[in-house]
Design a protein around this ligand. Structure first.
Ligand code: AHR
Length: 898
């Protein structure tokens, strides 16, 4: 058979194998038409202390509240009616993970049998000025029996381990009457692995006759030993550091560290630390091997750190001050974080830089710009006090890059890194807003640019438009639902190329339809379409990173997610992890022209429920009515529950000769209540026969059935106050919806949007306050007509949703053609790949597919690779060959040219 016959045979086979439902497409790739170069460091990571991802995760310390500083009040907050709030009332979230100022969080007293004693917190007298809190244990009776001859007898503690491993007086015989000491529960349990060694370090001092010893070991919840026992002796009146090794005798994800006293008197403890002896790259004060390796496997081009909201803090006092995070651990001051727990700063500035270096990634530092988090209660450092904020940026660059005889460069050298870290990227602020941001940004930027003209400066413009000339790259953040991402393949196609390039620093599906972990197959595929849109516009989008990166399965703040989850001993990546990894590991040198044609499909009719709402505005709605046009048949109205008018009993008269019938699907009656409406944000009440959104906020309320189509929605709307006008929702299905945004963009425009992407053209116009408007939206198939006060404002059709996307590029180092394709449809797509501009393709290529049986499938601790890429050989039969892309899949094809 010649090539053509081979192709034909394969094609016929595919078509026969796939007779029903499959789509067909042609992907034409022209390697002779190169597109933009792709930044070799385009795919990176954003590493923030959130979800106990660093403390309790990546940073390998196993003891929680090691310095006993967790009883401190959150800095800058005061106790108001039982809650720690800032001056503007923002709640620090102190209670979420069990913090308390009047106890010793995450430590407990172990008191068994006849042993007598108490545990208390001391707020002064600790090992350093920066870590003054410590723990005091008063022992009246240790539970040990004095044996004849003056020795002490230790007794079995009921766990079946040899007595010699149970107690400091191990060699002794007979029964104890109990035991007393303290235990630490770690971060949701201490994870230990059988056979592994753990480095124990603690500071202790004694008084009132206490000379020790202490015995220390790991135990599980029922008191069974999980390790051998270390013995701490010669405790004196002065603080001394003691070190020992423990070897785990079993694997346990929720062990605790138990410290038992062997004498009477008073003993103080501080800075109790337990680290796996093996850390990633064997760094001291290092990182958990499994989590760090998962990150390394992504081969990130850069690391944006340390936040995020962590940089901004909830108060100025809790904003990230890197100077508190360097030097000896015992001298680093901990701080309350915006994610409802205290940051130890164990993984401090130096450790972040070291991690970047070990990963081979560019560090991208984000510094506090003088404005706290705008989603908490924004505070601005007064301009006349901005000196320290500016100096923190200037000094940071000296720490990273300065000579060893400079003040901060010397500190870096003392920490073991005389060579500069080579910092190039600096971002001034995170998700800031308003003119106050620009003032503070300029103040820092001007000083930085004067001293360090060659650095690359980034401004986070997610919530502010800064004039050009002040930054080299603009950072933008996107959290949204799968439909939103799925619709953004073309997002950057028309961007003005004279604008600065973009870094999309925080990107992720965050909605419920991404599953409880937010990272199911549906979410991953949607993020994939968005990333393909970025890659084909790589001249605009220079860098991109997912957020947040890490999460402890028990340590998520609010409902935040992670791309990599862990518990004490296990780790897994979500479907998104594998999707992003495929992009990071298969980044071509440049794009090549790729055109996809899908066999023509009829655009589907718009179907879905209705709604009303506002954007930063208060408004009310009445006389809401939905009337369907049946197309030559009867219309079946779905039950809407009590209080909602139904259609069947009220058919409308149709014009003579017209076979269509009008059927009322819904008619509001706000004389009583708002039965059937589902509010989502804002505050909704029924007032004087109207449905009112009382807050100047984003607030929507929905009603109806997802199967509704070909209907006319009419209503009256009145603005009561605020920035914009009305949102009139139609075609709502799941988390996808259309709305007519009347008075959007600060009350300047009217536009139809689908998942906030424009449909048709916007029209200028504003909405007056306190005036009733007549609104009508008419749906016929996929045609949308919108009227305001009887005047036709828009007449447009919803575009057919693309369900199949492809991009291609060339990897100059291997010569490979790299093709990425996403089939979002529920059926396979059989495509003809048509390669131009290449002399030859080798017959053996490779195809890697990420898919699963259900869109809601994801990985978990128990099934870490349920949704994971599978690579197989790709038979390339020439420069034109067919390939089937499975339903709901992302595929990566590598075609060899050499
Ligand atoms: O990624 C979590 C948070 O989301 C980041 O801290 C912040 O920048 C964003 O709002």
């Amino acid at each position: 058979m010649n090539r053509f016959q081979q192709f034909l045979a394969a094609w016929i086979l595919l078509v026969l194998a796939n007779p029903l439902g499959a789509g067909t497409a042609t992907i034409t790739i022209d390697a002779g038409k190169p597109g933009p170069k792709i930044n070799p460091r385009m795919y990176g990571i954003f590493l923030e202390e959130i979800n106990h991802g660093v403390d309790g995760g990546l940073y390998a310390e196993l003891i929680r509240n090691r310095g006993f500083e967790d009883s401190r009040a959150p800095e800058g907050f005061t106790l108001q009616n039982g809650r720690w709030r800032d001056a503007k009332g923002y709640d620090a979230g102190f209670a979420q993970f069990g913090y308390a100022t009047d106890g010793v969080p995450f430590w407990s007293l172990v008191k068994q049998g006849d042993a007598q004693g108490t545990m208390s917190l001391q707020t002064s007298g600790g090992i350093t000025d920066q870590s003054p809190y410590c723990l005091r244990l008063e022992v009246k009776d240790s539970g040990l029996r004095v044996a004849p001859g003056g020795s002490v007898k230790a007794e079995g503690l009921g766990d079946g381990v040899p007595r010699s491993q149970n107690h400091p007086q191990a060699a002794l015989e007979g029964a104890t009457r109990g035991r007393i000491g303290v235990a630490n529960e770690g971060f949701f349990g201490i994870g230990v692995t059988k056979g592994e060694q753990y480095a124990l370090s603690l500071y202790a001092r004694g008084e009132n006759g206490f000379g020790g010893p202490l015995s220390v070991r790991l135990e599980n919840a029922s008191g069974q030993a999980c390790s051998d026992t270390a013995r701490v002796e010669n405790i004196t009146n002065d603080w001394r550091q003691f070190k020992a090794n423990l070897t785990a005798s079993r694997t346990e994800s929720k062990a605790r560290l138990v410290i038992i006293t062997g004498g009477k008197g008073t003993v103080w403890l501080d800075f109790v630390s337990l680290f796996p002896a093996r850390t990633w790259k064997n760094r001291s004060n290092g990182l958990r091997c499994d989590i760090a390796q998962m990150i390394a496997d992504l081969k990130p081009g850069f690391v944006r750190f340390p936040g995020g909201c962590v940089v901004e803090g909830g108060t100025v006092e809790t904003a990230y001050d890197w100077k508190l995070t360097v030097g000896p651990l015992e001298q680093r001051q901990e701080r309350w974080g915006p994610w409802n727990y205290r940051r130890t700063h164990g993984m401090g500035l130096h450790e972040y830089f070291q991690f970047c270096e070990d990963l081979g990634a560019e560090p991208l530092w984000v510094g506090f710009c003088g404005q706290t988090c705008i989603f908490r209660q924004m505070e601005n450092v007064p301009m006349e006090e901005m000196g320290w904020v500016r100096d923190n940026f200037l000094d940071l660059v000296e720490y990273a890059n300065g000579p060893v005889d400079s003040k901060w460069g010397a500190l870096r050298a003392r920490a073991g890194h005389p060579e500069p870290f080579g910092l190039k990227y600096v971002e001034i602020g995170n998700e800031n807003a308003q003119r106050a941001y620009e003032e503070r940004y300029r103040f820092v930027y001007e000083a930085m640019k004067a001293r360090y003209p060659d650095l690359v400066y980034l401004a986070d413009l997610s919530y502010y438009r800064m004039p050009p000339g002040l930054y080299d790259i603009a950072d933008r953040h996107y959290y949204n639902n799968p439909a939103w991402f799925m619709n953004r393949f073309h997002e950057y196609d028309d961007r003005d190329r004279s604008l600065v390039p973009l870094y999309l620093g925080e990107v992720a599906v965050t909605s419920q339809d991404g599953g409880p972990y937010r990272g199911n197959l549906r979410a991953a595929l949607a993020e994939g379409v968005f990333l393909m849109g970025c890659e084909r516009n790589a001249d605009v989008v220079r860098m991109v990173s997912y957020a947040p990166l890490l999460a402890h399965v028990d340590g998520r703040t609010w409902n935040w997610h992670g791309m990599i989850y862990h518990d004490g001993t296990r780790v897994f990546g979500t479907a998104s992890y594998y999707l992003w990894k495929l992009f990071g590991l298969n980044r071509p040198s440049h794009t090549i022209q790729t055109d996809v044609t899908l066999a023509a499909t009829t655009p589907p009719a718009i179907t879905g429920a209705i709604g009303v709402g506002t954007w930063n505005t208060s408004a009310e709605f009445k006389d809401i009515r939905v009337v369907a046009q049946s197309r030559g048949g009867s219309v079946k109205a779905e039950g809407l529950g009590d209080g909602v008018s139904q259609s069947q009993d009220r058919p409308q008269a149709a014009p003579e000769g017209d076979t269509r019938r009008s059927v009322i699907l819904f008619e509001a009656d706000f004389s009583k209540d708002a039965t059937g409406w589902q509010p989502d944000g804002g505050r909704w009440t029924v007032e004087n026969g109207a449905y009112r959104q009382n807050r100047r906020a984003v607030g929507l309320s929905y009603l109806g059935d997802e199967s509704w189509s070909d209907y006319t929605l009419t209503l009256k709307a009145r603005k009561l106050g605020g920035a914009e006008g009305f949102l009139v929702v139609f075609g709502r299905k799941g988390e996808s919806k259309y709305w007519w945004n009347i008075g959007g963009w600060n009350n300047t425009q009217r536009a139809i949007e689908y998942n906030q992407s424009p449909v048709g053209r916007p029209v200028r116009g504003r909405i007056e306050t306190d005036r009733w408007y007549d609104v009508k939206v008419e749906l016929a198939g996929n045609r949308i007509r919108c009227y305001l006060d009887g005047q036709l404002i828009h007449d447009t059709t919803a575009p057919a949703t693309e369900r199949f996307y492809a991009v291609a590029g060339r990897d100059e180092s291997s010569g490979d053609i790299v093709i990425k394709a996403s089939n979002a449809a529920g059926e396979p797509v059989t495509a003809t790949l048509n390669l131009r501009g290449v002399n030859e393709l080798k017959p053996a290529g490779a195809v890697t597919v990420l898919t699963s049986s259900q869109l809601s499938d994801n990985n978990s601790l128990d099934e870490p690779r349920r949704v994971a890429p599978v690579e197989t050989r790709l038979n390339v039969t020439g420069r034109e060959f067919p390939h089937e892309f499975p339903a709901h899949s992302f595929s990566l094809l590598r075609l060899k040219t050499q």
